[in-house]
Design a protein around this ligand. Structure first.
Ligand code: ZN
Length: 427
């Protein structure tokens, strides 16, 4: 079954930091989709056929769907909880909320709501932390699989420094993760991420089990947190007195690799930066969360100069928006405070192909290359009266993108396609 999706089509083939030949824009473009995959992208006149069903999104922009590389599925009901920094925030709001995922029926209901929120905001793939309960990951994978939506997710492993309702043990964490990997990793578009929450909530015994899982399943991602907040770093190092620094805890347990996603990575020491670069470990920038929790200012330029690949992410519920556009908006401001720039082309590259490359998934998602899955977002830069007024003065594609980057949110998402299927009501 083929269909033609028509609009102004934009996709990236290189990082705008590296070269000016980085994107392809077709003012009168179209995307030919067959059975959920992209068959061709070209000018509309080159692809149109009388027998072909057609959806016309003109004058909107069509890009690859957005990718969110760090988000907490069980925190949909604690986003916007008042007045705390990281460790208080976890103890006061997050752990009690995650305990609810033990209750019958809660995780499936939240999984549906979560995936609807993602696609409403133009996000077609996310890397998600689930709760400690295997049922939470099971529910998320089941719901994503039913939508044919690519998720990377894992149940958190945590065996200390939290209420008993959200703790496992080293053995239980290993066994539950292993069973979920067997069941879900590579099932349709689902991928498993081994997920020791962070060093504070895992004993050395559990970290060793996480390392064993990573060795046994080198094809799985590993996700955790690193150096988000200064009190967190002090507490972490008191729990691992032998560690040379925070990263060394993950290093000692064999977790460093290009599959490792290190949420936040703000307050890093030179040795940590060097080891992340040498091992290809990824940093993940979470701007709305870093501002909301007062954690600090991510050094994108410094990490890039050191040779580290960074993703960008919402980190809901520490983050305050599901929108990758709002994430770019706050990211732009953090980098301003750092004396760095986030140009519109770099920004939109980052939330599409850039994040796909950070995940090593750019053959399937993040571009409009033939053979990729037809995960698409349709953007309306005149979605609000204020944006429409501003757009009247926009003369270039880059100006339009910057308006979306700063003023855009879910109202700018005219449509989202997951494997060729429209996820928002049409008409
Ligand atoms: Zn997080």
């Amino acid at each position: 079954m083929q269909q033609l999706i028509r609009g102004r089509v934009l996709s990236f083939h290189a990082d705008p930091h590296d070269t000016t030949d980085n994107h392809r824009y077709r003012e009168y473009g179209a995307i030919l989709v067959e059975d959920g995959r992209i068959l061709a992208v070209d000018d509309y006149t080159a692809l149109a056929r009388p027998d072909l069903p057609e959806i016309d999104h003109r004058p909107h922009l069509i890009l690859p769907g957005f990718i969110d590389t760090h988000i907490h599925f069980p925190q949909v009901q604690v986003i916007a909880s008042w007045g705390a920094q990281l460790l208080d925030w976890l103890n006061t709001y997050t752990f009690p909320e995650e305990a609810r995922f033990r209750q019958q029926g809660h995780a499936p209901a939240m999984a549906d709501a979560f995936l609807n929120l993602l696609t409403d905001h133009g996000t077609t793939t996310a890397v998600a932390f689930c709760s400690v309960h295997p049922e939470s990951a099971e529910a998320l994978f089941s719901a994503a699989h039913a939508r044919n939506m690519a998720m990377v997710a894992g149940k958190v492993m945590m065996d200390r420094n939290a209420p008993p309702e959200v703790l496992d043990t080293p053995r239980q964490g290993y066994d539950d993760s292993k069973a979920l990997i067997d069941r879900w990793h590579g099932t349709g578009r689902q991928r498993y991420a081994i997920t020791p929450r962070f060093a504070i909530t895992s004993t050395p015994e559990q970290m060793a089990m996480a390392g064993q899982l990573a060795r046994e399943h080198p094809d799985c991602h590993v996700q955790t947190h690193l150096s988000e907040n200064l009190d967190e770093i002090d507490f972490t190092l008191s729990l691992y007195p032998q560690a040379r620094d925070y990263l060394d805890i993950y290093e000692t347990h064999g977790l460093l690799s290009p599959k490792l996603l290190l949420g936040h990575s703000i307050h890093l020491r030179p040795r940590e930066i060097a080891r992340m670069a040498e091992t290809g470990s990824r940093a993940v920038f979470c701007p709305t969360s870093n501002l909301f929790l007062g954690s600090g200012l991510f050094d994108k330029g410094g990490l890039r100069a050191a040779g580290i690949t960074s993703g960008i992410a919402t980190d809901v519920g520490g983050g305050t928006s599901y929108s990758m556009l709002q994430t770019l908006n706050e990211g732009y401001k953090i980098l301003q405070l750092r004396g760095q720039k986030l140009t519109p082309l770099s920004a939109f590259h980052w939330i599409t192909r850039g994040n796909a490359m950070a995940l090593g998934m750019d053959r399937d998602i993040g571009t409009l290359d033939p053979g990729s899955m037809a995960d698409l977002v349709v953007l309306d830069a005149r979605a609000t009266p204020a944006m429409a007024l501003r757009m009247d003065r926009a003369e270039t594609l880059e100006q339009e993108l910057f308006i979306l980057q700063i003023m855009g949110d879910d109202r700018s998402i005219a449509q989202t396609y997951v494997a060729g299927r429209a996820m928002k009501p049409t008409g």
